[in-house]
Design a protein around this ligand. Structure first.
Ligand code: F6P
Length: 328
């Protein structure tokens, strides 16, 4: 039986991440391939409420696979959290003749999509786009691979100056409440210590480790600190704390911030985005709704959105062990 879906909306929502453009391109081109219409919704749920729509064809997404950010812009929308806001958005979609949408975003965006599906029985499909890698049902979110490579590149540069001056650097990285960026980029960049929210070993242990590091002849040290870590001190307070207790150290701080969200996506993110876009559109046409497309063991899988957002992803214990051994 032919699908009743003839027009699909696509939008990006929440914090942007590298690979979102590649996913938009994939959704648009899959629609073109399957001869259904595709409409770009600008500024996420905000643009949906305001009816900020533009029809996209295969040529509208030329030369964006390599670009960071999102051509559709992104926003965090307070109004969509209310029933009235969602009603306005629904009315706009119906007026435009949109039968289903693909949302590319993180936890908050998926929560909105799930409510929308439940309230209006509207077909929705999610593609996980966030650098944090904090969504259940997928081993990788779009932008995570690019972000960890960006962090590694930045830390490599910091290490050059750190070792020239025999300094200790605290480098703060993003990740919201989880430590995936910190742990993976930390191991990849050869950090001496990695502080993540999932494991609070205490400040004493940090001092001990730094003492050992100095005694063993290391000329410089890099400590990666996840923004959500639970030491109770931010990176600037950590600097003061270490300078007070270990005056042998000359300490500097570097907060990498939003540079982690920018830049050209890695090949991994581009390919993943292309695959997820195809799967999202095809799944909607098969009558599936309220799922997120994810990747597990190289295979694409669908997870109910409700399951994808119900808890935090867990940290990789084996990698934690590797990290401990590598700091010897
Ligand atoms: O969720 C992505 C993320 O970059 C987090 O790592 C970070 O905590 C947050 O967004 C920053 O949000 P904003 O861009 O609104 O400051």
């Amino acid at each position: 039986m032919a699908s009743e879906i003839k027009k699909i909306g696509v939008f990006t929502s929440g914090g942007d991440s590298p690979g979102m453009n590649a996913a938009i391109r994939s959704v648009v081109r899959t629609c073109a391939y399957l001869k259904i219409e595709c409409v770009g919704i600008y500024r996420g749920y905000q643009g949906m409420i305001e009816g900020d729509f533009k029809t996209l064809d295969a040529r509208s997404v030329n030369n964006i696979i390599n670009k960071g950010g999102t051509i559709l812009k992104s926003a965090r929308c307070e109004e969509f959290r209310t029933k009235q806001g969602r009603q306005k958005a629904y009315d706009q979609l119906i007026k435009e003749g949109i039968d289903a949408f693909v949302v590319i975003g993180g936890n908050g965006s998926f929560h909105g999509a799930m409510l929308f599906h439940e309230e209006f029985n509207f077909p929705v499909m999610g593609i996980p786009g966030t650098i944090d890698n904090d969504i259940l049902g997928t081993s990788y979110t779009l932008g995570y691979d690019t972000a960890i490579n960006t962090v590694v590149e930045a830390v490599d540069k910091i290490r050059d100056t750190a070792s020239s001056h025999n300094r200790l650097f605290f480098v703060e990285v993003m990740g919201r409440d989880v430590g995936h960026i910190a742990l993976n980029a930390g191991v990849g960049a050869g950090a001496e210590e990695i502080l993540i929210p999932e494991q609070n070993l205490g400040l004493e242990r940090l001092l001990e480790s730094l003492k050992r590091s100095k005694a063993s002849g290391k000329s410089s040290s890099i400590v990666i600190v996840a923004e959500g870590d639970r030491t109770g001190k931010n990176v600037f307070e950590l600097k003061e704390y270490v300078e007070q207790h270990l005056p042998i150290y000359d300490v500097r701080v570097s907060v990498l911030g939003h540079m982690q969200r920018g830049g050209n996506p890695t090949c991994y993110d581009r390919v993943l985005a292309s695959r997820m876009g195809v799967k999202a559109v095809e799944s909607l046409l098969e009558g599936k709704s309220n799922y997120m497309v994810g990747i597990r063991d190289t295979k694409l899988v669908l997870t109910p959105i409700a399951d994808a957002i119900k808890a935090h992803t867990e940290i990789d214990e084996e990698l934690l062990r590797v990290s401990d051994i590598m700091t010897t």
